[in-house]
Design a protein around this ligand. Structure first.
Ligand code: SF4
Length: 434
């Protein structure tokens, strides 16, 4: 039986672990998993610390790492993996496309105890591209790639099952500027056009479900036609693919296979709420894994910020899982430092959404109290990035000053605290929240 099927019968160790981590009733998690509204990606071969993604739980953050043809360093990818874990990533995807891809994936799986995801068609497509052409891969190539990743212990896989011949016809009729920006999506669009056949992942979805059941990996139903610029957001090809994914989610649930749905992409602020609501409605509350969304196209070098703005709003409206974006998005393969900046930006977005959804307030209140007390160590302890906070604090700091170099000896907090203390009649705020 799969985890989803076991959860339908009663509490499982994974469900209990997620409930404990989230501080919620195990029954809430069990029901969510049984219905498919919460997933716990957990391939027994990798056996990561159980991480719940979905309804009623905290917003989670994924970090993408991996080699490219132009930059191959296993050492660096493992360093990125450790940085991601250090700064609180909840999951990691290895999107390697350069060098010994099998070796990198296996090393990452060995390195981290958080769930690991992959996009197997990258490896299959690249191998075919080097041998002849991407469009020459056949069904066996595609499914053998999935089986290989499953046997290595990959916990969740992006599979672009929702791109069909019909989607491609919508794409051809669209007024898009950027056509297709998903790598896996591009492979499959090219394959469908060249071979004039249906997407093997859609045609053989039942076989994919058998594999997912046998190897216990979760499906991340990819949005191969996600918008690649704000102009293309929420258009017909994107929505048509989403409607197909909604149908596939229901088929996966019937077979006891965990599935989440990937979402855009580039979306202006005013369309984000609608995107989340449509996904939740069409996919019957399936966990929504958003790639950003980036709220503007004009900030290369700062896309961790454009994505964090969109991610916070998406999560506030119900998205469950944020895929981080780094400052190097659209420009180059991220460095370890880019990974650090990206994961921190996403963690801020996730926490901001959690706060507005009624979770995690204790930490903000603890920070506020530490600020009031000018207790710098306590402030660092509550910081999302204590190292950076400590570095900034030390810049130009006068050892005689309790405050910081911003106001120097006219520290507002210090002055008011002193005079309120003299008054001696300050009402206490303890006992409110946090
Ligand atoms: S010196 Fe100014 S900025 Fe620094 S802690 Fe005091 S009030 Fe805050």
């Amino acid at each position: 039986m799969t985890l989803m099927q076991r959860a339908a019968k009663g509490l499982t160790s994974e469900v209990r672990a997620v409930a404990k981590r989230e501080g919620v009733d195990p029954e809430l998690v069990r029901r969510g998993v049984a219905k498919g509204r919460i997933i716990i990606p957990c391939n027994p071969i990798h056996s990561p610390e159980p991480c719940g993604i979905g309804e009623g739980l905290g917003v989670k953050v994924n970090v993408n790492i991996g080699t490219s043809r132009d930059h191959i360093s296993l050492k660096e990818e493992l360093q990125k993996a450790r940085i991601a874990v250090h700064y609180g990533a909840d999951a990691l995807m290895d999107l390697s496309t350069g060098g010994d891809i099998d070796r990198v994936r296996r090393a990452i799986l060995k390195e981290v105890r958080i769930p690991v995801g992959t996009v197997p068609i990258y490896q299959t497509g690249l191998r075919m591209a080097r041998e002849s052409a991407v469009v020459d891969m056949d069904e066996d190539d595609i499914f053998n790639g999935i089986i290989k990743h499953a046997r290595d212990g990959v916990d969740f896989m992006t599979v672009h099952c929702g791109i069909t011949q019909e989607s491609v016809s919508w794409l051809k009729r669209s007024t898009r500027i950027t056509d297709v920006v998903s790598r896996g999506g591009a492979f499959l669009v090219a394959w469908i056009l060249h071979n004039d056949k249906e997407n093997p992942l859609y045609e053989n979805f039942d076989y994919l479900l058998e594999l997912a059941k046998e190897h216990e990996f979760a499906l991340s139903l990819g949005d191969g036609l996600r918008p690649g610029c704000v102009h293309d957001a929420t258009d017909a090809p994107q929505l048509q693919e989403l409607f197909i994914l909604g149908d596939l989610v229901k088929r996966a649930r019937k077979k006891g296979v965990q599935a989440m749905v990937e979402g855009p992409g580039h979306v202006p602020l005013d369309q984000i709420e609608a995107n989340v609501r449509i996904e939740k409605s069409v996919c019957d509350g399936a966990p929504f894994y958003v790639l950003g969304p980036l709220v503007t196209d004009i900030a290369p070098g700062y896309d961790h910020i454009t994505a964090a703005i969109g991610g916070a709003l998406a999560a506030y409206h119900g998205a469950d899982f944020l895929c981080y974006v780094t400052p190097s998005e659209h420009l180059s393969l991220p460095t370890p430092e880019d990974v650090r900046e990206g994961v921190i930006a996403s963690k801020i977005a996730a926490h901001a959404a959690d706060l507005a959804r009624g979770r995690g307030r204790e930490r903000d209140d603890a920070m506020a109290k530490a600020r009031k007390e000018l207790d710098w160590e306590a402030m660092f302890a509550q910081s999302i990035d204590p190292d950076k906070a400590r570095t900034y604090r030390s810049r130009g700091h006068n050892e005689d000053s309790e405050g910081c170099s911003m106001c120097g000896d006219v520290c507002a907090i210090k002055i008011v605290k002193e005079y309120l203390r003299k008054e001696g009649s300050r009402p206490r705020i303890e006992g409110k929240r946090g």
